[in-house]
Write a protein that binds this ligand. Structure first.
Ligand code: NAD
Ligand code: WQD
Length: 340
């Protein structure tokens, strides 16, 4: 029998690409999403690509009854937990909303999993839990840092709760996947990131400048101690990330306790390198101005991807030109995202 996976937040950016990868790999999928930051159209696009569609439940991960019903009516093998809010700036203004969705949401899910006797969980964490690491590349055994905003803190708190939970009950097998900077889109150009309002992340912003929805990129600081003075990050293609989840799902079948894996490429690119790579992909120039540093930003951050390679047999395969070409294909064909 095919294994059935519950994917919370499965119509969102990373969740939808992972749902597609799961269906293509032969899993059955139930998506739970309240659509607060996504469109159900992403699930139609999945069907157009692979001929299969996940079961979809519109609901909130904080709703115990909804969760109990899903577990009672489906034989769920494992849970991939993407549901949550992710806008750093918004989290500063609405901390309670962020702790509620990201911390209470994770707690409520775990409690329902216990009731249903399901103990395999893959959690969407973030490199933000490392804070400002003292050296590069960032390894999983580095201490977690002090997040500079409620979003980051909510991820760290959720990680710590999951650690305590696994210590209390050996039936749990939990993967904490610390994503670096997810970018890119499905190579078909029919699925991708569809941010609400003006994007705060670099690549969606550049992409909207390229399509002339925004006039100019602001480069946040050119005085960092990096080769060209701009911030350096480890950008990872969303399809590589999706494949990383499948590998983690396999791995937690064999392991118990908490396992932490970085999902990154191991290579850092600066903001100026990103602009240049996007210009090559889209054949247009990206106007930009250098402005002050953004509060809370760090100079550089890239992953040590060795642990994931050794333990999951997973490495990112797609390079920067793939990330940019796929982002541009998606943006060009869907100038207003899934709303078109
Ligand atoms: P996204 O906003 O596209 O997807 C999150 C999905 O969860 C959305 O479809 C949203 O509608 C849903 N959701 C939110 N709160 C919910 C709730 N209470 N109940 C049910 N559904 C809810 O974001 P994404 O980029 O796909 O991120 C997925 C996960 O990965 C998030 O947990 C995020 O914090 C984490 N993450 C993202 C990044 C990134 O840069 N994109 C980096 C590191 C970690
Ligand atoms: C990348 C680089 C900016 C926008 C954030 C979250 C993190 C994670 C991923 C979820 C930095 C520069 C950006 C712009 C710019 N999310 N930049 N102009 O800050 O590494 O990480 O998203 O977990 O938690 O903090 O990503 O894409 O915002 O920025 O110059 O308009 O681009 O300063 O150097 P970041 P980002």
């Amino acid at each position: 029998m095919q294994k059935k996976i519950l994917v919370t937040g499965g119509s969102g950016y990373i969740g939808s690409h992972t749902t597609l990868a799961l269906l293509e790999a032969g899993f059955d999928v139930v998506v739970l999403d309240n659509l607060c930051n996504s469109s159900i159209e992403s699930l139609n696009r999945i069907e157009n690509i692979c001929g299969k569609k996940p079961d979809f439940i519109e609901g909130d991960v904080r709703d115990e009854q909804t969760l109990d019903k899903i577990f009672a009516t489906n034989e769920i093998d494992s849970v991939l937990h993407f549901a949550g809010l992710k806008a750093v700036g918004e989290s500063v203004n609405n901390p309670l909303t962020y702790y509620s969705n990201n911390v209470v949401g994770s707690l409520t899910l775990c409690k329902a999993m216990v009731r249903a006797n399901v103990f395999k969980l893959v959690f969407s964490s973030s490199a933000t839990v490392y804070g400002d690491p003292i050296e590069m590349p960032v390894r999983e055994d580095f201490p977690t840092g002090t997040p500079t905003n409620p979003y980051g803190r909510s991820k760290l708190i959720a990680e710590e709760i999951l650690q305590d939970l696994a210590k209390s009950d050996s039936r749990w097998s939990i993967a904490l996947l610390r994503y670096f900077n997810p970018v890119g889109a499905h190579e078909s150009g029919t699925m991708g990131e569809d941010p609400n309002g003006i994007p705060s992340n670099l690549v969606p912003y550049i992409s909207q400048v390229a399509i002339e929805q925004l006039s100019k990129l602001s480069v946040y600081g050119r005085d960092y101690p990096t080769p060209d003075g701009t911030g350096v990050r480890d950008y990872i293609h969303v399809q590589d990330l999706a494949e990383g989840h499948l590998s983690a799902l396999n791995a937690i079948d064999e392991k118990t306790g908490v396992n932490i894996w970085n999902l990154g490429t191991g290579v850092g690119y600066s903001v100026l390198e990103m602009i240049q790579a996007f210009e090559v992909a889209c054949g247009r120039s990206i106007p930009y101005q250098v402005v002050d540093r953004r509060t809370g930003d760090i100079a550089e951050c890239w992953a040590a991807p060795k642990k994931a390679a050794e333990e999951l047999g997973w490495t990112a395969k797609r390079d920067l030109s793939d990330m940019m070409a796929d982002t541009w294909r998606w943006q060009k064909r869907n100038p207003t995202g899934y709303k078109s």
